[in-house]
Ligand binder design. Structure first.
Ligand code: ZN
Length: 85
């Protein structure tokens, strides 16, 4: 489910019981994808039934988002090297 959220909405990760992921409209593509990665990690943790502290869960979600960004940059550097040799 995709919903448009007002620009004035303050952001933090809100428990959604796996029914929706809210993504701010109008963000850059890479930020949207990194945010989706973060939110999907919350969903995965919830689906696994893991009882993590809020800080640990948030940290894991940030970590997986960071890892996705790192992979994205690495893949795009390889593409850049092919085009700009
Ligand atoms: Zn989060």
């Amino acid at each position: 489910m995709a919903m448009r959220v007002p620009e004035t909405t303050k952001w933090s990760c809100v428990p959604c019981n796996g029914k929706a992921i809210l993504i701010k409209y109008g963000m850059a593509r890479i930020r949207t994808q990194a945010t989706m990665t973060h939110e999907l990690m919350h969903l995965w943790i919830w689906k696994q039934g893991l009882a993590l502290s809020e800080k640990v869960e948030e940290g894991l979600c940030h970590l997986i988002s960071y890892m996705w960004l790192e992979q994205y940059v690495a893949e795009n550097e390889q593409i850049a090297h092919v085009f700009f040799r």
